[in-house]
Design a protein around this ligand. Sequence first.
Ligand code: SAH
Length: 325
Amino acid sequence: MDRLDHFMARANAGYYATHDPYSDFTTAPEISQVFGELLGLWAAVVWEQMARPVPVVLAEAGPGRGTLMADALRALRQAAPDFAAALRLVLIESSPRLRALQAERLPDATWIDSVADLPPSPFILFANEFLDALPIRHFVRRGTGWTERFVGDGRFHERPAAAPPNLPPAAEGQVMEIGEAARSVAAALAGRVVAHGGAALIIDYGPASFAPGESLQALRGRQPADPLARPGEADLTAHVDFGAMADAATAAGAAVHGPLAQGKFLTRLGLYPRSHALARGAGPARAAALIEAAQRLAEPDRMGSLFKALALCPPALPTPPGFEP
Ligand code: SAH
């Protein structure tokens, strides 16, 4: 029997080591090249705001196929050659299989296992749909106390537990989902931007502040599946609690910008003008696909409002692009 977070960590490590995740789900950089391009230009502006440190680390956590970073680099090489010349590419990836895929597109990168291994230098980091893959814990209100969920034989078991502090009042049987691993990543990134200078841009899906309830889900073959059955054969994710990310980062001394709805963030960075410009140079089918992709990323009833952007910066850095009030 495994505690839920240990089960999820093992299941996802197995899954990412053996599967092409994109046969089960798609992500913003795979939907439109403009996503990565806008993030590349965002990083170039932030590098200017940081007073152009040389060298600077451009990092990504959980780069998947490397699409976001390849699009970002293409855009910033054009628009910001000084930044392109100054940067060293660092990818945080635990799956050897995905590292090999990333190396085909980003041969100049250095790979590390975790945020803790980032070099002690100024950096700009992207994390798109990374935190949702990190393990969560489930606490259940029972009587006047709490139990914690474990997994065995494909189902949940509960054991009495000391719940984390500051949980809101809960009704009998109410589940509280705690993303401990994501919180430590946010705290570690915040500590690093304060110590070395830089910015971390987190984009993921989840509520702007803590919401009781559970969001653990599994996708197998693009279909929802039982998260507790056949560990390692489905992608397990949970919503990211942006309130908790912001609190963890603030406690570590960083300035927090957002969370801001992805639709608003990308629109402010120029999603539509850039998509229309590309569409003008494309054939009719590709042009329609580019506009449809922009709408999918930005419209509130699609990915525009469940997905959110959060930036962690040193307090002295000006507000990064897109996060202006
Ligand atoms: N950012 C990409 C991929 C998201 S899938 C995109 O937008 O398409 C999640 C990615 O995080 C995969 O690359 C996966 O291998 C990686 N990953 C998951 N858990 C990890 C962990 N604990 N440490 C490092 N990388 C991890």
